[in-house]
Design a protein around this ligand. Structure first.
Ligand code: GDP
Ligand code: GDP
Length: 473
């Protein structure tokens, strides 16, 4: 299999209780700090961004796997697991050193052997056991050398991930870092005495309005919201269809296009492929493809369907976007032919169920009739600029001081948190670091107050914004 510009996917497979979720939690990071404030955010903990080893990756916990199940929920789970196996770059098959091999393990092993995937056999719960003895019986699964690990203690886990992703070392994986490539380094700390509070805003104003790299736009949304229709409308006459190239059956497709003199790369998750003479949809919707597209882009365009309800699947996808920290524009599609009552209803439904997307601009469009697209693309450009905007230390600090003067942070006991200065700690999404003392007592409501001040002064609409407090003592 060829590698691609998307983050590789590691699927964890095994029967119930072998330690899949324990391993998953150890190897992934959730952006808890970023998402803590968002009420109503559903997070699907079956998918995560890998955080150990040298390569970034996406981890999928396939949940309990019952290969023998023929119907109902279990069958649906088996189907999803099979899709995850098919879409993964490498599978980690987990078994339990303490329980030994059982019939279930054999069935899963057989399925994996037939899948033709790269598989690594990990024998979990091996802490404190004599390895040779613990491993011997697992050879019979016919999946190569079993590797002892302990998911709960962490033994062997880093090596396991390194080995699982070692195939990347032979490939050209420069592209994996492409999105991060032009992100500058930001200083950890600044000497507050060197901040010139009267400085002109030259640093900020001198910045070009748009970052220099090509804007990568991911169009995501659940099946049938109108992604393909929108892509056709954006690209114009001839839809660029990817032929059945090796290695592309799973990946989203990237399409370069120009609009109003500006170059974009569009990441299409709709999944249309051409095989021989017929067009077919390989998989109408894939969570993995959606996740990879989100990770690989600079701006996400989330589509929802005005003629349906806002579903859990919409909320899940929205949750992934917030966790990724990507800039976002929302398009409520199929606005044509709706009466006023229905329009009002879907607006309320959207606000109620996807309130945590309030940082994003929301447009109502008709992909079918080509209405509203200009405004959407303008917001896409603006969200992109906001995500990469440089925020000057003097202007940040002045904004902070003005906000504190107008409304000081609440006291905790006899102490009042002191906010001295602010500087930028990162971009995409922008991170503002506020220095002072007693800052761990600052409540979330005050953080939100500061966030809205920074947002309006620096025009940060369309991007998440992180604020970090650093107390000097
Ligand atoms: P899953 O059903 O495969 O996701 O399994 P879980 O991650 O929920 O783990 C099942 C049980 O095994 C839990 O009680 C875990 O604490 C335990 N467990 C997981 N990893 C280890 C390990 O490395 N060593 C030991 N001794 N127990 C573990
Ligand atoms: P995808 O699965 O997200 O790629 O959705 P498609 O682009 O295949 O669209 C699903 C269905 O919705 C098709 O029948 C489209 O014709 C229809 N559709 C897409 N956009 C619109 C729209 O703006 N208005 C209306 N009324 N129907 C639309």
């Amino acid at each position: 299999m060829s590698t691609s510009r998307f983050k590789p996917v590691v699927a964890l497979v095994g029967r119930a209780n072998v330690g899949k979720s324990t391993l998953f939690n150890r190897i992934t990071r959730s952006r808890a700090a970023l998402v803590a404030d968002f009420a109503g955010l559903t997070r699907d903990r079956h998918y995560g961004e890998g955080r150990i080893g040298r390569h970034p990756f996406i981890a999928v916990d396939t949940g309990g796997f019952e290969p023998v199940a023929k119907d109902g929920i279990l069958r649906e789970m088996a189907r999803q697991t099979e899709q995850a196996i098919a879409e993964a770059d490498v599978v980690i098959f987990l078994v339990d050193a303490r329980a030994g091999v059982n019939a279930h393990d054999h069935e899963i092993a057989q399925l994996l052997r037939r899948s033709g995937q790269r598989v690594i056999l990990a024998v979990n719960k091996a802490e404190g056991m004599r390895h040779a003895a613990a491993l011997a019986e697992f050879h019979e699964l016919g999946l190569g050398e079993p590797r002892p690990i302990s998911a709960s203690h962490g033994d062997g886990v880093v090596d396991l991930i390194e080995d699982a992703l070692s195939f990347l070392d032979e490939a050209d994986d420069d592209d994996l870092a492409a999105v991060q490539a032009d992100e500058p380094e930001f200083p950890e700390d600044i000497d507050p005495d060197t901040i010139d509070l009267d400085a002109e805003d030259d640093e900020t104003e001198a910045q070009p309005e748009q970052p220099r790299h090509r804007l990568k736009l991911a169009i995501v949304g659940r099946p049938n919201v109108g992604k393909s229709t929108l892509i056709n409308a954006l690209i114009g006459e001839e839809r660029v269809i990817a032929f059945d190239m090796p290695g592309t059956t799973r990946d989203a497709i990237e399409i370069d296009f120009e609009r109003d003199g500006k170059a974009y790369t569009l990441i299409d998750t709709a999944g249309l492929r051409r095989r021989g003479k017929v067009f077919e949809t390989i998989e109408k919707f894939s969570v993995i493809k959606t996740l990879q597209a989100i990770e690989a882009c600079n701006v996400v365009l989330l589509m929802v369907d005005a003629q349906a309800e806002i579903s859990d699947q919409d909320a899940h996808i929205a949750g992934f976007i917030v966790e990724s920290g990507r800039a976002l524009v929302v398009a409520i599609n199929k606005w044509d032919g709706l009466d006023a009552e229905r329009r009002e209803w879907i607006r309320r439904e959207f606000d109620r169920k996807l309130r945590f997307l309030s940082f994003a601009r929301v447009h109502t469009i008709s992909a079918l009739k080509g209405q509203g697209l200009k405004a959407v693309m303008k917001s896409v450009d603006e969200a992109h600029a906001a995500a990469y905007r440089k925020l000057s230390t003097p202007k940040l600090t002045r904004t902070l001081h003005a906000a504190v003067e107008q409304q000081p942070p609440p006291r905790k006991g006899i102490f009042r948190p002191k906010m001295r200065y602010a500087h930028q700690g990162g971009q995409n999404p922008p991170l503002i670091v506020i220095h002072g003392s007693g800052l761990d007592a600052v409540p979330d409501s005050y953080r939100r107050y500061l966030e809205s001040r920074f947002r309006s002064v620096f025009k940060l609409e369309g991007t998440p914004l992180r604020i970090e407090f650093k107390s000097s003592h």
